[in-house]
Write a protein that binds this ligand. Sequence first.
Ligand code: LLP
Length: 448
Amino acid sequence: MTLLEIFPSLRDGGMVPRLDPTIWPRDTHYDGEGRITVGNVALADIADQYGTPTYVLDEGEVRGRCQDYRKRFPDAEIIYAGKALLTRAVAEWVTEEGLSLDVCSAGELAVALSSWADPARIMLHGNGKPFGELETAINCGVGRIVVDSLTEITLLSALASRPQRVLLRVTPDIDVHGHPAVRTGVTDQKFGFPIGGDAVREAADRILRQPNLQLVGLHCHIGSQIGETFPYGEAVRRMIGEMSRLRDELGVELTELDLGGGHAVAYRSGDPAMDLAELSDIVGDSLDAACIRYGFPQPKIALEPGRAIVARAGVTLYRVLSIKHVEGGHTYVTVDGGMSDNPRVALYGARYDAVVANRHPTGEHMTVTIAGRHCEAGDILAHDVRLPVDLRPGEVLAMPCTGAYHHSLASSYNGIGRPPIVAVRDGRSRELVRRETIDDLLCRDIGH
Ligand code: LLP
């Protein structure tokens, strides 16, 4: 008996979901058999070949997003924030597309360097950089370090044997009202020095007094998933004001302004996303206006998008394990992954969509909750998803817009190894990161 025969009320009509180009990679289609393809590879074939869950990454989409940024911001430096997703191949693609790289740990630095990224184009971030990491960064010649505390200035000046370029991180007191976990522009928090205060001047002054440190600019990062452009215009105005104050008070004319990342992507159809053309206009106009107002020469602008480069390039594949309808409640579709490969739902209340990838269902659909397999009731991957009423265990579900902060936030919770990353391009697939196996889990456990 089918689920529909047991529970006729599941038949709730409605539209068959379509593949919305704002949340899927641009090269997504249905093939002749009705299966979804990305980069000309059928997702169902990937599930068969590499198993599930699997993160699929469309190389063309990553490169395309880098090109979009280069085109929209021809005079700016685009620095990819590797925390969103960093593998050797991703580092290679973005650097080939002319982007610089932002890393925030020795681990990310090692991945970037092993992809032969030019150390001079790497920027090191972090509010807490251990001594050893600063030493490694300086020894390998990273181009710039973003200073986030007075202690760091002391450490850097002790470590640098040749002039090290640094930026100073400033909080511009802009509240974008995002999720509290990613609200980084407000004053009272762990990142940066509050704008307009004595601390910025004191930090800048200390750097300027170190002969082996070269203060080149200011940095701010106002938050994440920001869909509106005006906070960036405001950030430009305030930061140019701060650069002008430092010129007046310390006699230094800084030449770089890094505006951080945070550009929103659509996770589900209809979600707001950052409009790059509008962002480019507002940054350019605010820069012109602020530089005229303060009589300050235009600094070089840098942007640090992470999510906006890789989110839409990623599609996660799961297999359906079971379908359960709770009378008077929800219909739960349990899949073979969960909060270990996507903790973003539990962490930030993120919302996703999913579709059947192994066939094009045209019949009736039902509204379901997609549940993970972890031992927590909160392990839900998506709410209110439309799936066919004749869905069967073993079918492949594809969840779009899962390229950013999925692999990088993944864990092996409940002893479930992290999924592989499989890249697709021109009809071919290749593994970039292999699946974490039970042997991998056992080999770190060395005590008896
Ligand atoms: N620059 C700095 C200094 C950052 O801290 C970040 C992100 C970025 C750039 C890139 O931001 P994006 O363009 O990707 O929004 N785990 C959270 C996001 C944390 C963002 C941390 N910093 C999530 O999954 O939504």
